[in-house]
Design a protein. Sequence first.
Length: 440
Amino acid sequence: MYAIPELRSTDSSIRISPERDVPVTPRIKRIIDTAAFRRLSNISQLGLVAYVYPGASHTRFEHSLGVYFNAIQFVTQLESNPLFRSIINDEDVCCFLLAALLHDIGHWPFCHAIEDLGLPNVPRHEILASRLVLQGELAERISKDWHLDPRRIIDLLNPAKTTHVEPAASILSSMLSGPIDIDKMDYLERDSVHSGVPYGRNFDRNRLVRSLCIHPEKNAIALSEKGKTAIEMMIFARYIMFSEVYWHHAVRSATAMLQNVVWECANANPSRSFADQWLEFDDAQMKHSILLMSQNQPWEGCARGLFGSHRNLYKRVAEFDSQNEPLWHQTLSKQSPSGLRDASCKLASEVSKKLRADCCPFDLLIDAPPASLDVQFRMEVQLRNGLFRPLGDISPMVQALATQQFDESVKRVRIFASPPLATKIRDSKLSMVDCLANAM
């Protein structure tokens, strides 16, 4: 058994949904009470999803505690596994628990949507995470209370930047970020609870945890065969959550509007660095800043429709997936952010000609999935004879949902228009496919 107090029962805990008591030791409490961690209580987990599901206003603070809770469950389950014990020592476990608690420490408001734009003066959230963990209060607490080098936490959170990954780091990294990991197991359930939908809760988390094992050659977590149905249920839950929540058409409209406004603000001020400013903001400050930067600008209406006193989201005027207009789905899904913005401007010009009316480039937006595929469920399952086989080989459902259907059907290409323009397009029965063909 590991001699780590966080793994044993404690009299102190924090209650989070859904009816979960997260054990808190004194040194964990000191981490949670740092300014760097407390800031997460003012940053929403789902950002713009709350525009569609009002209850989805939970924070990254709550989510981080949930991920930490899962980390304890994973280690508690695996500490009786001889292979796990032979590779993972007490210090490794402590690093893992801290990495779980701090995995979102670098997030700032709406950072995923803004990072996808690839703006040169906006670093990824991992940069802020390194800054917060390697210096200041957090670094002091990690060194003093845990007797660890803070760089070990950052290395565990960013294994791709490490030239040689030791077996212990490889195993722990797969528990932090992989086909089934402590992050996904929390956000699927938590996002579902707060959004008021059942989809993300329909998997057997306890069965999954009890099925955990270690692949001896890949140095990664795997599942015993008894967990096959549980992982299939989790993959289906993720599929439905993306379809009905994360990629809901109104959520994507808000996302496209945000990206459009930020893109224009950044290009209107090419010499200005927004990074240092945005990295310190909470949600309310970020919204206020964007509104200020948009004042008296051509895109002000878009910004106010998103963050102003009245919700006024752009309307969907076309939608393509791999079955419906596969050519345009494939073409637009492969566009860079600048290419997609250019396509939007060309389409707006064509629509303006067809309608014989002024159509501002900021009134029409194309939203498309990124060129890179989403996470794939390359999970190994240990059969009853002791051999390991890829999950996709023994589960056709996983092969279908995790690859083809997910990236080709759930993540659709959509064209959004400002409400007045959307009305004109619908009234004229204008074909967006014909306009795209002429514009591109």
